[in-house]
Design a protein around this ligand. Structure first.
Ligand code: RFL
Ligand code: PHB
Length: 389
């Protein structure tokens, strides 16, 4: 098998890239480890920046997003009972869109299937070969048959644990990492959201987030210790703890109900530099991870893929390699700023097990400052709606 660009991974990075390149007549094959059903059952990000909704619009995928997505002109930071409104619309002129990653992936898969993009689901033993040579290839097993796909370029869109980044020799790159001493317990339930905008709450017991997927589906998170057993958290215990951390006023509007999904995700900041090795280009979580506090993970995948698709289109249209040469530096400049914001918001809003009274007062002072300063609110707002490409 032969193609122009072999794409490893059918998450948002791989699916966006495949559709953008295919629309320009560039040959792509996507190789995904999981089944389509599994990919469409994963509950992940929920907040889209304008650059991400723009990408959906560019692919002609506006309809369902415009109908079902919720435009949010602001969100709240909460400390104990006190709410600080960050008015995104007034401070930046822009909104974010609440539309789940699962829906984004469903739209991208439907489009790919309609347009005849080749996606190999449930591929095993995926391995990269000769990525810095003249004939890069990807080998994999599909339906019990070993296959090899040769390509001009390989796009590593296979997330943090995928094989692409591992194919780069240790001497040719470096990872920068911070692992946080806690995770987020997430719960999805078919109940009306407690508020019309998201609430990020800092509480002595730990962080909590009230989010949503639709007017009848809510998504909540609780900071929990890293080694927490999910079985220790019955639905009732989760609702009780959310009520405590979100405060009485918010809790009065909180509807409780049976969970549809419940899981614990660890929090990590990670960046790998550079995002290119030979003919291999990394995009999305394969190259970087952010803690979810700033809602940046999916949006960074969208910015990487915007840069990478432009660069590949430039190459295949007129042999221009300038975009490919600039890709890593350009993508990393935006990645590091989103890393900084996600790290900042995580530090501001969570309880750290080794922090004492001094650190707590620093967090309180910062939240007080944000509450009283339009300049501070604007800094948060312009990072939250997403920095320009
Ligand atoms: P993805 O979505 O992880 O997709 C990578 C794809 O590669 C496949 N893969 C392989 N394919 C072939 N061969 C192999 N050996 C492979 N190994 C892996 C995987 O099956 C998968 O389909 O990366 P991508 O496309 O870069 O997209 C990034 C986003 O998914 C990610 O940044 C966000 O979802 C992060 N994230 C969140 N971000 C937010 O902004 N807000 C959130 O609330 C939020 N919650 C989350 C999250 C990530 C989570 N993960 C990864 C466990 C919650 C969770 C649980
Ligand atoms: C979500 O709805 O899953 C969500 C929203 C905002 C975040 C993180 C997760 O910062």
């Amino acid at each position: 098998m032969k193609t122009d660009v072999a794409i490893i991974g059918a998450g948002p990075s791989g699916l966006f890239l495949a559709n953008l390149l295919h629309a320009e007549g560039i040959g792509v094959t996507v190789i995904e480890r999981q089944s389509k059903e599994h990919v469409l059952s994963r509950i992940r990000a929920g907040v889209l920046e304008v650059i991400t909704t723009d990408l959906l619009d560019r692919l002609g995928l506006s309809e369902r997003k415009d109908q079902e997505g919720l435009e949010h002109g602001g969100f709240y930071l909460a400390r104990d009972e006190h709410l600080i409104h960050i008015d995104l619309k007034r401070l930046t002129g822009k909104c974010v869109t609440v539309y789940g990653q699962t829906e984004v992936e469903r739209d991208l898969i439907d489009l790919a299937e309609k347009e005849g993009v080749n996606i190999v689901w449930s591929a095993s033993d995926v391995a990269l070969h000769d990525v810095d040579g003249a004939a890069p290839s990807v080998s994999f097993t599909s339906d019990g048959t070993e296959q090899t796909l040769t390509a001009k370029f390989i796009a590593g869109c296979d997330g943090y644990h995928g094989p692409s980044r591992q194919a780069i020799p240790a001497a040719c790159g470096a990872g920068f990492e911070r692992v946080y001493p806690f995770g987020w317990l997430g719960i999805l339930a078919d109940v009306a959201p407690c508020n019309d905008e998201l609430i990020y709450a800092s509480h002595t017991n730990g962080f909590a987030l009230a989010s949503m997927r639709s007017p009848s589906r809510s998504r909540y998170y609780l900071q929990v210790p890293l080694d927490e057993d999910i079985n220790a958290w019955s639905d009732d215990r989760i609702w009780d703890e959310l009520a405590v951390r979100l405060g009485a006023e918010v809790a009065a509007n909180m509807e409780c109900g049976p969970s549809i999904e419940k899981s614990i995700a660890p929090l990590r900041s990670f960046v790998f530099e550079p995002m290119r090795y030979g003919n291999l280009f990394l995009a999305g979580d394969a190259a970087h991870i952010v803690p979810p506090t700033g809602a940046k993970g999916l949006n960074l995948a969208a910015s990487d893929v915007t840069y990478l698709s432009d660069a590949l289109i430039g190459y295949f249209r007129n042999g221009n390699e300038a975009g490919l040469k600039a890709y890593s530096e350009k993508a990393l400049a935006r990645v590091w700023k989103s890393e900084r914001f996600s790290w900042y918001l995580t530090n501001l809003m969570h309880r750290f097990p080794d922090s004492g009274a001094f650190e707590k007062r620093m967090q309180d002072a910062e939240l007080d400052y944000i509450a009283s300063s339009e300049a501070a609110q604007k800094v948060i707002a312009e990072n939250y709606i997403g920095l320009p490409l």
